[in-house]
Design a protein around this ligand. Structure first.
Ligand code: MRU
Length: 342
């Protein structure tokens, strides 16, 4: 499988080169981000997306602020830019976590007289390298949950397009396949922005893994037809009690899996655990624009002026989660995440 690199440094090192995910699967188009404004725009419009990947992109993007005029106040530029980037998407904890790490390095660099820009580049590279390793480990552990011949339902996109490495939930599928297991994947569309049908199906087909796309409303009938052995999804934030915020529709999948007695697994790196948030009710859920629902990809899909409910994420209670796979192990209730990062 050729490597997908959703974000990289530009050749001249003065910016970021991203794969514009809004245009997939039709166009594989790369764009350059040269300013913090470009980075904020790319994250908020979901040109770049997925909890671990927005953390990595935020960290890489913050380096641009260290060189933005007025250069005599580079630390203030960096602090201000971190706030702007953090505000783009509030639910995935990975973004604030990565920016917090970068700010710690920025303050230390200035206090010790080291080159601010060079220190930030090194830390962003470190965050990305750690994510690559965490994805691989999640894949190895998650693959233990997938038997030969398994039929697996996933939601949204949790693969190479959403991380620095091979993914989280999709990593388990990739590694199981590498191990010679036959895995059949079902990817629901994931309305309104179709990360399942546009991105997950694109990634899996590139990897030669059989994938079937279905509309979100067909999930229950798929279980009723006895076509699913297990579900595995990613996460944007995992609270201390094991409640999981993830792409809108995850709660429906978990509820249906529970009704039909099938396991519902969550896969996420240490950077997605938030021990400072006690439970799911405390998680800030991003609300997105009405147009995503009423004007799907330029096509009018609802009458003008209709009221719209468009949360980007929902919270699945820990009770519906069979196990959480992280790079540190396979966790089951009652959860003890003390080995996690935060
Ligand atoms: O709005 P998105 O596309 O950024 O949402 C992504 C998800 O909800 C993913 O499931 C989650 O970030 C995990 S990605 C490994």
């Amino acid at each position: 499988m050729d490597v997908i690199e959703p974000v990289a440094w530009t050749d001249d090192g003065g910016g970021l080169r991203i794969l514009d995910q809004r245009l997939l699967p039709l166009h594989e188009t790369y764009r350059e981000l040269r300013t913090v404004g470009d980075v904020c725009d790319a994250i908020s419009t979901l040109a770049i997306r997925g909890a671990p990947l927005i953390g990595i992109t935020g960290a890489m993007g913050l380096t641009l602020a260290a060189r933005t005029p007025p250069a005599q106040h580079p630390l203030e530029n960096v602090v201000d830019a971190a706030e702007r980037i953090r505000a783009t998407r509030p639910t995935a904890v990975n973004l604030g976590w990565a920016l917090g790490r970068m700010l710690g390095v920025a303050h230390a660099a200035v206090a010790s007289g080291h080159d601010l820009h060079a220190c930030l580049i090194r830390e962003a590279d470190e965050i990305r390298a750690e994510d690559v390793a965490m994805c691989r480990r999640i894949g190895e552990l998650g693959a233990e949950l997938i038997a030969d011949g398994a039929r697996v339902l996933t939601h949204c996109n949790t693969g190479a397009l959403a991380t620095g490495g091979i993914g989280t939930a999709l990593a388990a599928i990739y590694v199981a396949t590498e191990q010679g297991k036959r895995v059949e994947v079902f990817a629901d569309e994931t309305r309104p922005l179709l990360q399942g049908s546009r991105l997950t199906a694109w990634e899996l087909r590139r990897a030669g893994i059989p994938v079937t796309v279905l509309v979100d409303g067909a999930v229950a009938s798929l279980f009723r037809a006895d076509k699913i052995d297990l579900c595995i999804v990613g996460a944007d934030r995992i609270a201390a009690n094991g409640d999981v915020a993830n792409k809108i529709g995850t709660l429906s999948v978990a509820t249906i899996a529970g009704y039909f007695g099938r396991p519902f697994y969550v896969a996420a790196p240490s950077s997605t655990f938030d021990s400072s948030t006690a439970c799911g009710e405390r998680i800030h859920i991003e609300q997105r624009s009405a147009e995503e629902v009423t004007n799907a990809f330029g096509v009018v899909t609802a009458p003008a002026g209709v009221a719209v409910y468009n949360p980007a994420f929902d919270v699945t209670p820990a009770a519906l989660v069979s196990a959480i796979v992280s790079d540190r192990g396979i966790h089951r209730a009652p959860y003890d995440f003390s080995q996690q990062r935060q």
